[in-house]
Design a protein around this ligand. Sequence first.
Ligand code: HEC
Length: 242
Amino acid sequence: MSTVTGRESGAGAGGPDRAGLRQRAIDDRAGLLESDPLLNHEYDGIREYDNPTPGWWHALFLGSVVFSVCYVLFWHVSVFGWTSEESIAARRVVEYQRIFGALGELSNDEPTLLKLMADQRMMAIAAGSFRGACAACHAADGGGINGVNLTDDHYKNVRAITDIFGVITGGAANGAMPAWRNSFSNNERVLLAAYVASLRGTEPGSPRAAEGEPIQPWPEPPEGGTRAEVGRVEGGGGGGGA
Ligand code: HEC
């Protein structure tokens, strides 16, 4: 019962039976639909075939429900749900161990401290420790909060650059400045001492008034080396106190 349109007759002339093939496809589709059971309801003359959603669709839907439950349990409930912060911290520990392993045991002497002060990478590591352990009292830029200002030329417990390590290790003022001997390894404390020394002469945001006595400038860096400028506000040149 095909109607012959202009296009169909043209196609018929070219290929043997394109119109016929198309008609067969239409008939097949109709037959397929007729083989589906019609549902019993009717809305404004519109009937509906019972075509269930395919199995793969159900599988995807159920899969995503199961996945969401596992996701919530893993990340928000279980102890295994690590965060990106934690994985960075773990990698940092590995990196520290690698660097410190290569350093050997650092000693708290003038040449070592001056060399560390010029080492960008070491000062970046120390800046991280300082922010974590010291900034609460000394401020992240060393300007001082209830701990003293570490950027000026006045010191209470320090006369030479090598004295800083002792204050960090043993604390001061009956624990107002805590002792860090058990919290930081020897190398970490030497690094921190170099970092604190490097804060001298910088310009913090809101400095606490100077306390203690003015002391001599730090010794000159070896071979005109410069100080690393990492993680802090660099002010005018250092030294020039006494
Ligand atoms: C709980 C507060 C607090 C924390 C945390 C703290 N400090 Fe202090 N720090 C102080 C106080 C208070 C003083 C002054 C001590 C005094 O009056 O003799 C001080 C003094 C110092 C001094 C000697 C300064 C001077 O003028 O003699 C250094 C160096 C120092 N701190 C380094 C650090 C480092 C490095 C850290 C982190 C590892 C740190 N502090 C953490 C409170 C703190």
